[in-house]
Design a protein around this ligand. Sequence first.
Ligand code: HGY
Ligand code: MN
Ligand code: MN
Length: 398
Amino acid sequence: MTPNADRFLSDLHALRGFGASGVGKGVVRPAYSEADGAARDWLAGRMEAAGLRVHRDPMGNLFGLAEGPSLLLGSHSDSQPEGGWLDGALGVVAALEVARAARAAGGPPVSVVSFQDEEGRFGVTTGSAVWSGQISLEEADRLTDHAGVTLAEARASMAARAGDFVDPARFRGFIEMHIEQGPVLDSAGERIGVVRDIVGIRDMRITFTGQQNHAGTTPMHLRRDAFQAVAAFNARINERFRNVVTPATVWTVGHVSLHPNASSIVPGRGVFSMQWRDGESDRLARMEAIIRETAEEVAGEMGMDLAFGPMLGLEPVAMDARLRGALEAEAETVAPGRWRVMPSGALHDATNVAWLMPVAMLFVPSIGGISHAFEEDTAEPDLVTGLEVLAGAVARLG
Ligand code: HGY
Ligand code: MN
Ligand code: MN
């Protein structure tokens, strides 16, 4: 089986055209946006041209199905609000190329998927989470983005063309190729990472409500300033986590919204996202307890009402030994001595799909370790090396 590197790179650049940010190679293609819909229509056309049967499920997950039992390859084609051109797109386009190459070589059958809302406009890897039953469609429909739009409203725009959920029993396994999104491979001068396991995550919205008031006339000691509560929480949590976390644990306050967000108004409401990730579920639970206690303590001291949104979470998962073995054998063939087995600190659809079938993942280096930013990039020879390892592993599993 010989994948066509030029056709693969040309498709990858074509996909970048949907939602191209105009800054570097970046893209703005959030789930269910116009650019996302147009990109999915284009991908559907490429799937059809590759001889695959196009199927959209109620979440908007897009499948190109091969006849009979097949291996499923893919990732996602939605982006962060400011995203790179490869995050997700690489795995989808590589899957498409391997499906074409496999078909031309007379097998093995390969199906392709682009999951919807991997980047969590509404949740955490929402499309594959619903497909795998980690969250029900009914529950997911009530999730809102930062602007207050519900998932039910967003997916309604794509509902007309949706069929049923695909029966996962038709797939023999799932392999997701992705950029590393961290500095390990790039700084070591290595070409391929074979993933051992993917960390777990928790994500929750927290709201402090104080009293909106005049910024000139309200004495400092009488204020119930929601921003001050958010700031105090953040300072305290960094301190409190100290005895619980390891150097691999990460946590992020990535979205903050103050109401009404005006220079001359003491903010009455502060809403922020609290996200934390670690390879051990127990540690994630201990961190949750600290977060809740600290927020309650700050609310009590500063006269705030406190509300926690629903906590979304995915458990850490290990990759399947057989699929992983095929990637390792192929990595050693294509890039001898220049690959490693490594954990994934980023979340991926593979986490959810692992509940349905054996899964494995491979990484290619990210230049400077940058991702979730317009600057995200990977040298083209590394993209092609990844494609070759993926195709070779599929042939081995044939
Ligand atoms: O946030 C993540 O790890 C993933 O890119 N959605
Ligand atoms: Mn991704
Ligand atoms: Mn991402």
